[in-house]
Design a protein around this ligand. Structure first.
Ligand SMILES: Cc1cc2nc3c(=O)[nH]c(=O)nc-3n(C[C@H](O)[C@H](O)[C@H](O)COP(=O)(O)O)c2cc1C
Length: 175
């Protein structure tokens, strides 16, 4: 019998939506879950000034000063990375985290929360930063959250991750 996959979720969230999705996904999969944190004053991304700063950071493709992840990535079969969409891109802390860890990522899956537009471009940027294609992606809009459709999206995402991992494990066993 195959052992259950070891899954880690890492995510950044400015205003809480992506983090709530991450926590729900961690309960469904199940998975360990860690927030990507920036060094310095956490208030620098809050409010209207934080919005403008975040927009400027992502447009200028600046790096964030990200606290190292506490979990050992080598212990996991897959890392699921979650981000809010900023100007059709992954948030600056997530783009930085992916670039910094690209050599440690074997399998990945991506999810994002967004107002409504830009998830495809954001996922493509995440793929380029990670240097590896995701086994699954999931975009959750504000309308999905409002209608409760986010639950079904996360269930389907979790199912796809588990299914793809088990297919890969079977292939690796037969090689
Ligand atoms: C700087 C900035 C840029 C954004 N750009 C987009 C965008 O291009 N498309 C979109 O649909 N939503 C955009 N949003 C909305 C967020 O993606 C959305 O509110 C998200 O769910 C916030 O997640 P969070 O609560 O985890 O921070 C943007 C928000 C911010 C702060």
């Amino acid at each position: 019998m195959q052992a259950p996959p070891r899954i880690l979720i890492v995510c950044f969230s400015r205003s809480g939506t992506t983090r709530r999705l991450a926590d729900r996904l961690a309960a469904i999969l199940p998975a360990d879950c860690e927030g990507i944190r920036e060094r310095g004053d956490p208030r620098r991304r809050r409010g209207i000034r934080g919005f403008v700063r975040s927009l400027a950071d992502v447009i200028a493709q600046r790096r964030a000063d990200v606290v190292p992840t506490a979990y050992d990535l080598a212990r996991y079969d897959i890392v699921v990375v979650g981000t809010p969409v900023w100007a059709s891109c992954p948030s600056t802390p997530v783009a930085t985290w992916l670039a910094d860890h690209r050599n440690q990522l074997r399998h990945v899956a991506f999810f994002c929360s967004l107002g409504g537009r830009g998830s495809d471009k954001a996922f493509e940027r995440m793929r380029a930063s990670a240097g590896v294609s995701p086994l699954a992606t999931c975009a959750v809009t504000a309308a999905d959250v409002q209608s409760g459709h986010d639950h079904a999206l996360l269930d389907a995402f979790a199912h796809k991750i588990r299914h793809r991992l088990s297919t890969l494990e079977t292939i690796e066993w037969t090689m």
